[in-house]
Write a protein that binds this ligand. Structure first.
Ligand SMILES: [Zn+2]
Length: 251
């Protein structure tokens, strides 16, 4: 399936912008950061990988690997993540299956992460809570800050009041949006929020910034509103894959 550049992209941005809280502007250009020889340190990540980290401009750590912008404290400490539905009766079972497949064929396929459960949420349910509602899809936080949080992720399956263009391509939109939102659910911020994103892309900054940046900006990231292919057609870019592999280990 391929998505032409949809008008829904604009609606997507606008709706999300109203749904999430923008964070402060960071005008420092990390691409001009000069690496300090001798200040590079090796840090172990929870899933058996390690990265070389050096101080960058504006107090941002820069990792010597090209991967997306991540809120470091939001990285989940364990690979098994529970997912539950708050109002499954409001969603066609086929669409619920589609969301599960989108997550399994992207972030799970490329890492040690395993998303399980997918049943009705209970009050005590940990993990990622999905609520279906006809509004702009979003997450209330990044990564582990969603753990057990009511309405932590909102997904749209109706497209009557938001992004009506998706009604003609519901399966595609549901897939691509789910893959993007689950990127937030594992800690990824919007790629266009980066200080080294092109100026015209930074005008689309939205939501929480990452605090662990990279040397190389990814114009093809599924997390980038500035990607000329909306949500990268629901696929992870090579650098998205490198990112999730680095943080959450190889499958
Ligand atoms: Zn987003």
């Amino acid at each position: 399936m391929r998505l032409t550049r949809l008008t829904i992209a604009t609606a997507f941005v606008a709706a999300l912008a109203s749904a999430c809280t923008p964070t402060h502007e960071n005008t420092t250009d990390a691409s001009n950061a000069s690496p300090q020889l001798g200040s590079v340190r090796v840090e172990e990540l929870p899933f058996g990988t390690s990265v070389r980290v050096k101080p960058g401009a504006g107090g941002m750590d820069v990792i010597e690997l090209p991967f997306g912008s991540v809120l470091r404290s939001a990285i989940w400490p364990k690979p098994a993540l529970d997912v539950c539905w708050e109002n499954p009766g409001d969603v066609d079972p086929n669409y619920r299956t589609l969301v599960k497949q989108a997550v399994e064929d992207t972030w799970q396929k490329e890492s040690k992460l395993r998303f399980g459960g997918w049943a009705q949420c209970q009050a005590s349910s940990l993990g990622i809570h999905i609520r279906a509602a006809d509004e702009g899809p979003h997450t209330k936080a990044l990564g582990k800050y969603l753990d057990g949080r009511p309405e932590g992720m909102v997904l749209n399956f109706q497209f009557a009041r938001w992004s009506q263009g998706c009604q003609q391509k519901k399966e595609f939109c549901i897939w691509a949006i789910a893959a993007h939102e689950f990127g937030h659910a594992i800690g990824f911020a919007h790629e266009q929020n980066r200080a080294d994103a092109p100026f015209e892309c930074q005008s689309e900054r939205q939501g929480t910034n990452g605090d662990w940046n990279v040397t190389s900006y990814d114009e093809h990231s599924i997390m980038n509103y500035c990607n000329t292919t909306w949500n990268n057609d629901g696929h992870l870019s090579p650098r998205d894959i490198q990112a999730v592999t680095t943080i959450y280990g190889t499958p």
